[in-house]
Design a binder for this molecule. Sequence first.
Ligand code: PLP
Length: 368
Amino acid sequence: MQVPMLDVRRQNAPLERELREAFDRVLRSGNYILGADVERFERDAAAVAGARFAIGVSSGTDALLAAFLSLGIGRGDEVICPAFTFFATAGCIVRVGATPVFADSRPGCFNIDPASVERLITPRTKAIVPVHMFGQPADIDEILDIARRHGLRVVEDTAQSFGAAHRGHPVGALGDVGTVSFYPTKNLGAFGDAGLVLTNDPALDAQVRLLRNHGAERQYFHRTVGGNFRLDAIQAALLAVKLPLLAGYTAGRQENARRYHRLLDGIPGLVLPAVLPDRTHIFHQYTVRAPGRRDELRAFLTERGIGSAIYYPVPLHLQECFRDLGPQPSLPVAEALAEQALSLPVFPEMTEEEQGAVVEAVREFYGR
Ligand SMILES: *Cc1c(COP(=O)(O)O)cnc(C)c1O
């Protein structure tokens, strides 16, 4: 049986009529960038994230850029982020002229290790960027506490965790600024690139709105140098169709995760993802660890038609493009995760039969 890692068509096909109606409405409106559809989506998305303000932007990457620029982060500043995350988190730190300082991760939950963060703080540190990895909130209380004690800003990279919660509070607006991605494979997927910046601070809201439009408050009068980070009306209108369904998609992912937990429990050599107390894990990914055998397991699954993915094969402190940052200290947990992590299909539309095939193949690999 063929089991895809993800099939976004299954999610979008049942919505075709509503999506076409939304598309036609925007098509006929003649208004394709920002405008009423974007404003409505911003309001509804802010409510999901428990944020006072949400600013629609062109991608999760541009959300990070706008977030760092809005906080005045630039040349001479250090920003602490995890080494085990998607590239954009650190790439955007470099793009604003600052220096990424890579922290190690916690083995069980793939998230940034607060103890590692604390050790990396210097007089030049300006901000910490916890990434809520794979759908599970990071140790945000500890991070906020470190930031408070050292006078640092916190940017939550919520690209993988829009709708997740920590002690009942949605993540994304717990620090100074949060960033969200609606890349088509994310838990709420657009039909192209789209993203969101979250904040509770009216001044930062105003600054991000300025930055996303070349720093212009009115056309051709530029108060600051920003960029074109604007959200398209089409994306906002289509996302608005799917936003009310996000909780249902999440429930489907969580149910699939629970089933994996039950059916894959107790296989020696296979480490299942930890779900930490006090947080809602929305399972953007269901990521196991297969110490010493990850690539072999992946090849075995591929041979049987089972999709899987390696997020991420190279931790950021070892990336070629960051070599000129100088020698990097070893980060044993991040390096081990890059060698051991394997994400299995967990998308909400996966059938029980498909999941059974995944489980059976994994069990067969381990001879169980
Ligand atoms: C997807 C992702 C991004 C970037 O989002 P895009 O919309 O693809 O630009 C940033 N950070 C993390 C952790 C991500 O997973």
